[in-house]
Design a protein. Structure first.
Length: 348
């Protein structure tokens, strides 16, 4: 994610401390922050009048906004970017929080699909935001069995089962001339050739030997295998906790909440964000940094996860721009590490 300019050169240490205090307070309360609130901080040591002057400067510089006629200020998108880049204190998980994550991710360590679903649930519970996890591509897992089930003339359902227990279905085209017996034989042949191999690595290497065994049906069978591989490479996203956004006053407006929920239900933008972030260790998109107008009041934080040292997916949370960034990033880092350890064992 490319950071927008945060204009840190315009701010001295005092302004930075005041801005940090305002953002910290607004994240916690969702209420405009006044000079007296800031001055009461034990570490500030400044009078309300001095703080008011500094807040006025911060407003002119675009870091603070004054809603309505309130004397208090709220952070701008520009302030959140500066906060994430330079001001926020790094957060750490408590022992209880770390134990909670470990306990819930280790409950079904033999099934990748359930581990991913559980990851999304735990992430949503821990942050109270909407969570999303990009499911690892099936093509990166080892094949255990491939079944072809005739559905109609010229089409069949391909059911791929991996050695980790993940199952995925895909509709593929088949020659109309194939009989049920032919289809069963081809299923067994494909299973025998792909068993124990990763689909994305094995397809090209097994196609020549399959051609030699199926004769005149070689082109059709190879095309079927390629269709299966393409279908298994498609990405899915597990989304949990979309309704959590309703807990935040920013979404008390029904139309605004409905717009957010519709976008999450569609899932196309969230999938795009996760896919685009699959090679970026951590990404923070704030407000209009999201190239989707329906997400302009949201922040999206993502992190990658690995298996065998290789990035195979990403996860993240969506919440209001008034997000507890430090806590969210700490949770994501810990969950990424935990999920990576589990998947490295399952996909070994």
């Amino acid at each position: 994610m490319t950071d927008v300019s945060d204009n840190t050169s315009l701010l001295d240490i005092r302004k930075m401390r005041i801005l940090q205090a305002i953002v910290d307070d607004y994240i916690m309360t969702a209420s405009p922050v006044g000079s007296r609130t800031v001055s009461k901080r034990s570490d500030m040591g400044l009078s309300p009048a001095t703080i008011r002057n500094e807040m006025s400067d911060l407003t002119e510089l675009g870091f603070l906004e004054q809603p309505h006629t309130s004397a208090g200020r709220i952070p701008s998108e520009k302030a959140y970017r500066l906060y994430v880049n330079h001001l926020m204190d790094s957060a750490k998980l408590t022992d209880d929080e770390a134990d909670y994550i470990k306990k819930h991710l280790d409950t079904r360590v033999h099934e990748v699909g359930e581990v991913i679903r559980q990851t999304a649930r735990v992430l949503s519970d821990m942050t109270n935001y909407t969570s999303m996890v990009l499911v690892p591509q099936l093509s990166s897992m080892k094949v255990k069995r491939v079944s072809l089930i005739p559905v109609s003339e010229g089409s069949a359902m391909a059911v791929v089962v991996t050695n980790t227990g993940v199952t995925k279905n895909a509709m593929i085209k088949i020659p109309k001339s194939l009989s049920p017996d032919d289809i069963e034989k081809i299923s067994k042949l494909i299973t025998a050739k792909l068993d124990g191999h990763r689909l994305n690595e094995a397809v090209e290497s097994v196609l020549p030997s399959i051609r030699a065994e199926v004769g005149e049906q070689a082109d059709a069978v190879c095309e079927m295998i390629e269709d299966i591989e393409r279908s298994m490479s498609e990405t899915d996203v597990e989304v949990v906790g979309a309704s959590n956004i309703l807990d935040y006053p920013e979404y008390s407006d029904t139309a605004k909440a409905r717009q957010f929920l519709a976008e999450v239900e569609t899932g196309s933008y969230l999938q795009k964000v996760l896919t685009d972030s699959s090679d970026v260790e951590m990404s923070v998109r704030i407000g209009t940094e999201n190239d989707n107008p329906d997400m302009k009041d949201c922040s999206v934080v993502t992190v990658t996860y690995k298996a065998g040292g290789k990035n195979i997916g990403s996860m993240g949370v969506v919440g209001p721009t008034r997000m507890d960034y430090g806590k969210v990033m700490a949770i994501l880092k810990y969950m990424s590490s935990s999920l990576s350890d589990i998947l490295s064992k399952l996909l070994k």
